[in-house]
Design a protein around this ligand. Structure first.
Ligand SMILES: C[S@@+](CC[C@H](N)C(=O)[O-])C[C@H]1O[C@@H](n2cnc3c(N)ncnc32)[C@H](O)[C@@H]1O
Length: 252
């Protein structure tokens, strides 16, 4: 494994999603790699991987000043939503995770264009960041249009699963928010089933209409626009962290 490469993750060598990460890396041209080499170091998060420090890191340590709140977007794609949120909320430090190098390059261009300082980047798996963070450190977590992994044999690759929901719950502040958006109905159903089984989140919606509209002050992403062009509507699940202990799936 090349440890100089910012796109390595702890998952390399496993047989599912990581192959895709490897594939993403090989698609970069030399010019794109140079751009990343030049601009990424300023914004890249260095996770402390010492076992005794996992689960105890403060997001403030990854920024050059303290912010009022911290938020995380997993799989930011081209960074449209992340840039919009960071511009609108200068009091909040935003962490973005994305293993796709061209997306990271696009975000870096946006950071420079808008002269932002409140974004930090992890070029890899969102779980690396969640696992590193101390309890109750994020006020918001965004998962927008996650890969649906349509085939049944690939469902285990979906980001929403029992373990990841418990991990997300751990890092959110009391009453912190988790926003899931998808245009893929079976993935929305899958997510609702897992959320209900977990007992860890409350769905903030009075009616079906509430699921169909994005939150106010929304920043549309490339995948959202693609879904709209292709006639698929999006479900926005606004989830609020509940207190209490973690319930295992299948137990009453
Ligand atoms: C369908 S795209 C959506 C991108 C973006 N959120 C949007 O709405 O345009 C899913 C993205 O999630 C990223 N991704 C997949 N698994 C991830 C993980 N475990 N951690 C971080 N990003 C991930 C992929 O590289 C991809 O860019």
């Amino acid at each position: 494994m090349n440890t100089d490469n910012p796109f390595t993750t702890d998952l390399e060598g496993e047989d599912d999603y990581p192959k895709r990460l490897l594939f993403a890396r090989t698609r970069m041209s030399g010019r794109q790699r140079n751009y990343l080499d030049e601009h990424l170091p300023q914004w890249k998060i260095n996770i402390d991987k010492a076992p005794q420090n996992l689960g105890g890191q403060n997001p403030a340590d990854w920024f050059d000043k303290d912010y009022q709140d911290y938020a995380l977007e997993i799989g930011f794609g081209g960074g449209e939503h992340l840039l919009g949120q960071a511009r609108r909320n200068p009091q909040c430090g935003f962490i973005g995770c994305e293993p796709f190098p061209l997306g990271v390059a696009k975000l870096l261009r946006g950071i420079a264009q808008y002269d932002l300082t409140n974004i930090r980047i992890h070029c890899g798996d969102g779980r690396d960041i969640i696992d590193a963070l101390a309890d109750k450190t994020l006020c918001n977590l965004y998962l927008l249009y996650p890969d649906p992994w349509h085939k049944k044999k690939h469902h285990k690759r979906r980001f929403i699963n029992t373990e990841n929901l418990a991990a997300i719950h751990r890092v959110l502040t009391p009453r912190g928010g988790f926003l899931f958006a998808s245009d893929i109905v079976p993935y929305v159903d899958w997510t609702l089933i897992h959320i209900r089984a977990s007992g860890l989140f409350r769905l903030v919606a009075q009616s079906v209409e509430d699921w169909q509209a994005p939150p106010s002050q929304w920043f549309s992403t490339r995948y959202e626009e693609k879904a709209q062009r292709e006639g698929r509507s999006t479900t926005y699940l606004r989830l609020q962290k509940l207190g209490g202990t973690i319930r295992k799936t299948g137990k009453k």
